[in-house]
Design a binder for this molecule. Structure first.
Ligand SMILES: [Zn+2]
Length: 365
């Protein structure tokens, strides 16, 4: 029987694990890690500088200009910005097909959010300093170690700062890249760096569906409307019912209600109440339960006086299947201990099985 999606990577690709171990033992890789550790103050400086440039949804241009300058300083050539604001920098190679290393430029914080970005001791604080100041800094660090020398790569590398990843951006930057003739067939491998966590590698393509639910109804005023359905109460019950939706643990499926708004005061006439629901899905039939549940979670007892409208505000397609060689190599690399044994490193964590599970990615820690 072929191994399932939860199989150990070493079962699937034993030679890959040996190859990664061999690479980790090489002087070039060890010196790269020494370089990373020596450059930590520079990385913190980049991360703080970046996070001080506002990048609200649909407003990433200033941050993009900053990144383009950094790409040039790190020897990437050519460097350019496309028509939607994605920033590209290339390191040439010998083979066909690019390896893309990307990090999104935008934050979830709306324009005008105070950016009190600061360093206290070894910690960095401020809106977006982690998501995705850390990811952008990581791709700069990789470009930096390649410029510093000693590491060679066969395939050309494409460094990307992409726009519109968060919220209603709905991956507009990445969608644009992969619908552009220049890139859609020439990027053969893609590594996305997002957030500060060094604990997780996701080796599947996560999908998501986002919905906006608006409830309208006759109730709302504390005195004159008492006893008639109140949209806020109906919405609350809808969310409660939705929250009980059973979801599969494997492949991992989650959901969330991220925004809720409505009403004016206890004695005001009615206004619609709305919520934003976000379901993160992998592509299995079981995941359809979540979508169905969103549709069915409004209590029937309030119909027809209550009007509920639901609209999709974003869809990302998911994939699920046997682990690929490419996803396997990232997960295998994550489990190798490349730390120099002469340095006082934490011992490696016990490996956890499966792809896309919690695995320590040593490549960028
Ligand atoms: Zn992010």
């Amino acid at each position: 029987m072929p191994p399932g999606p939860g199989a150990e990577v070493s079962e699937l690709f034993p030679s890959m694990q040996q190859e990664i171990a061999r690479l980790c033992a090489s002087p070039e890789i060890r010196s790269a890690f020494t370089w990373f550790r020596a450059q930590e103050p520079q990385f913190a400086h980049w991360q703080l500088e970046l996070a001080r440039i506002a990048a609200p949804p649909f407003g990433e241009s200033a941050r993009g200009a900053w990144l383009a300058e950094k790409f040039k300083e790190l020897g990437l050539d050519p460097v350019y910005t496309d028509e939607v604001g994605n920033v590209f920098g290339t390191r040439s190679g010998f083979g066909h097909g690019y390896v893309s290393l990307s990090a999104h430029l935008d934050t979830v914080f709306p324009a005008g959010t105070p950016l009190n970005v600061r360093q206290q001791g070894s910690r960095l604080y401020g809106p977006g300093v982690s998501d995705n100041g850390a990811g952008v800094t990581a791709i700069l660090a990789i470009a930096g170690v390649l410029q510093a020398g000693g590491l060679h790569h066969a395939l050309p590398l494409l460094f990307v700062g992409n726009v519109g990843e968060e919220g209603e951006g709905d991956l507009r930057g990445m969608r644009h890249i992969f619908s552009t003739p220049r890139w859609k067939d020439s990027i053969h491998y893609s590594l996305v760096l997002d957030g500060a966590g060094s604990d997780t590698i996701v080796a599947e393509a996560l999908g998501s569906r986002r919905f906006e639910v608006i409830v309208r109804g006759p109730g709302g005023h504390s005195w004159s409307d008492f006893g008639t359905p109140n949209p806020i109460i109906v919405l609350s019950r809808t969310i409660d019912a939705f929250s009980l939706t059973p979801v599969p643990g494997s492949p991992k499926t989650t959901f969330n209600v991220g925004v809720i708004r409505g009403g004016t005061s206890v004695n005001s006439i009615r206004l619609p109440a709305g919520s934003r629901q976000n379901a993160v899905l992998t592509g299995t039939p079981k995941s359809r339960r979540v979508r169905t549940s969103i549709k069915n979670s409004t209590p029937k007892s309030f119909r027809p006086s209550i009007v509920v409208s639901k609209r999709s505000v974003g869809t990302k397609r998911a994939t699920w299947g046997p682990p690929s060689f490419q996803s396997g190599i990232f997960a295998t690399a994550a489990r190798c201990n490349c730390a120099d044994p002469s340095e006082n490193q934490e011992p490696p964590r016990p490996p956890k099985s499966g792809l896309g599970r919690t695995l320590k990615p040593i490549l960028f820690s």
